[in-house]
Design a protein around this ligand. Sequence first.
Ligand SMILES: [Fe+2]
Length: 498
Amino acid sequence: MPVSRSLIGCCVILAASHAIAAQDAAPPAQGQAPAQTQAAVVDVNFITKPYLQLGHIQHKGKLVLVWHALDADTKWQVEYKPGVGRRWQQAEPPLFQPVTVSGVKPHRVYGQALPGLEPGQIFTYRISKDGRVVFESEARAPKGADQPHRFVAFGDCGAGTPEERAIAYRAYLSKPDFVMIPGDIVYGKGLISEYRTKYWPIFNAEEASPATGGPLLRSTLFVAAAGNHDIASRDLGVDPDGLAYFYYWHQPLNGPSSEVGGPITAPLRGPDANQHAFTAAAGRAFPRMANFSFDYGNAHWTVLDANATVDWTTRELTDWVANDLAAAKDATWRFVSFHQPGFNSSKTHFDEQYMRILSPVLEAGKVDVVWNGHVHNYQRSYPLKFLPAQDNGGKPVKGKDGRVPKGRRVGGKLTLDKTFDGQSDCTPQGVIYVVTGAGGQHLYNPEQQDDPASWQEFTYKHVSKVHSLTVADVDGPTLTVRQITADGEEVDRFVIKK
Ligand SMILES: [Fe+2]
């Protein structure tokens, strides 16, 4: 079984890395001793232990290993075996970006590209500090286009709750090839301090258990869209360590460029020194990493910034999405992920429908499924097509500031494919919109689960009484999606066939 080894001070902790087999493992037996909590572990080598990212420039068979350490001259060296039976090879010296924002001890975000990984294989890496190995783990290289793959999706997770830990553990048991978080990665403002207490210790826990989470980040690629809580503080005078998404995540910088303060990117606020410290830490990732796309296996993903600070009537933005999807015409699957759903039956956030205006672009781009969060439960729509009302020369009505107001309802013509059931009819006519926002924060509107009369006509399934995550298997022309509770119960399932 793959293992990871973290050498913490003089103590060696062995942790089961995520196993690679495609079947779920059994949870621990009743009565098992409580697992060690992360709070008891002090690591003298890392501020944040290694985690896997796509990198700012995506290359086939490449991942980027990221970790955080003190802002001090240290000789770090990464070695890795790119596949089974391969020899250790030394990576180039890692690059780093200092983070010197007010109120937080200066530290460095190291990024080490791991090129040449053999698709879909388990690989081993180890990190040395000043000549001594301090961390070692196994991980899964990205799958090739001809290999089946599994991803797990859940949003609204980093709340520091028992439910977040249980979902993290279930994700670990599910053995995904990668994890997609459709926003609200960490609560409540996307701060460094919040990542350190509610995200890294749970998704990179040494111990795998429902009470702790699991050692996922070190072995499994994570990808994320930025939710409203991830960008909640743009006043860097109030929160100097806000917007940490832009320096802790290493995701492709292939989205549209934009000016800060323009229709795509809201202005920063706060003292110039604080703004400068933030932009120095984020580098080119701010603001560009707000929108990006990547390929995984035979699927193309487009990840978007749906926050209310963005005007989605901006032609530059919608053209970029249209062109990105058109360029992915050879991919078998086209998935889109953003935080705020346009199609949501919950009473909470019901008015926030503004992403509906993107529907025609997604339909023209032959998108199969949209994965959203923001609403803290699970919902699946019928396959649908939506034409926004032409009440303003073809554009939604804007507010006085020229932007589509947050919360504006978007009327229009809805066409539902009610013959699709994902079992006997697996060929949807339209886009399926999935809300998978039950990743750890408190649930929304549990009373609606058993009250279908309260659902909108586009909703097929509504599970709001229990936390859950999406487990999706992509096998050539077949997509199987299951919604699983923290206890492993399947609460929804559908299949799409090409
Ligand atoms: Fe949200």
